[in-house]
Design a protein around this ligand. Structure first.
Ligand code: SF4
Length: 199
């Protein structure tokens, strides 16, 4: 089975406690205004990878506590993500934190939800972006599905954090939940880089 990825990066420290492997799936039909990862929305871009190969990459990483899965919309690739989590957990007891644009009530009975320790739910709403940590906007909720991360996710209570990582796909990427200022700086940098390329 194959999974369409926007990006992977490891270890990351800004999307959950301890060292984590970050998986950003490709494809989301929601088109929230102000989406911080608009490049992840296309259903055809990104890169496909065998789930087994991705599981091997995760298991090769030392000292991981868990995975953080975001996107794009993870529930559009539910089967592949279930296979990924089940495969990895045959060898390592990794925790799973997952970001989705669905409300928890819409996906509570889905197999992928049953494999998560924590879900951060709901679409990004630009007018409700209050700068809270670990979430894009104040409508989003942290749903703890197991005791694993109780008291360990500072949800909405701290300043936001981002980190620069070298994704598996090459280059540099900023991950975490950025502040509005970070997003504006990134746009200015991107425009400057594009101008440089075009001159
Ligand atoms: S649900 Fe997430 S990835 Fe999809 S458009 Fe909204 S913010 Fe972007």
């Amino acid at each position: 089975m194959r999974i369409r990825l926007h990006m992977t990066a490891s270890p990351i420290y800004t999307l959950g406690p301890y060292a984590r492997f970050g998986v950003w799936v490709q494809g989301c039909g929601r088109h929230c205004p102000g989406c911080v990862t608009p490049d992840s929305q296309s259903m055809t871009e990104g890169k496909e990878e065998e789930v087994e190969a991705l599981a091997r990459r995760i298991l090769q990483e030392p000292s991981l506590e868990g995975l953080t899965i975001s996107g794009g919309e993870p529930f559009l690739q539910e089967e592949a993500l279930c296979e990924l989590i089940r495969t990895v957990r045959r060898f390592a007891p990794l925790g799973v934190i997952l970001y989705t644009g669905y409300l928890y009530e819409e996906i509570a009975s889905r197999p992928l939800a049953g494999l998560c320790d924590a879900i951060i739910d709901g679409p990004y709403v630009d007018e409700l972006n209050d700068g809270g940590s670990m979430r894009g906007s104040a409508n989003q909720r942290l749903i703890l599905l197991t005791p694993r991360y109780e008291g360990l996710i500072p949800f909405g209570t701290l300043p936001r954090k981002t980190e620069l990582v070298e994704p598996g796909e090459g280059g540099l990427a900023q991950v975490g939940v950025p502040s509005r200022e970070d997003v504006e700086r990134a746009h200015i940098l991107q425009e400057a880089l594009l101008k440089g390329e075009n001159t």
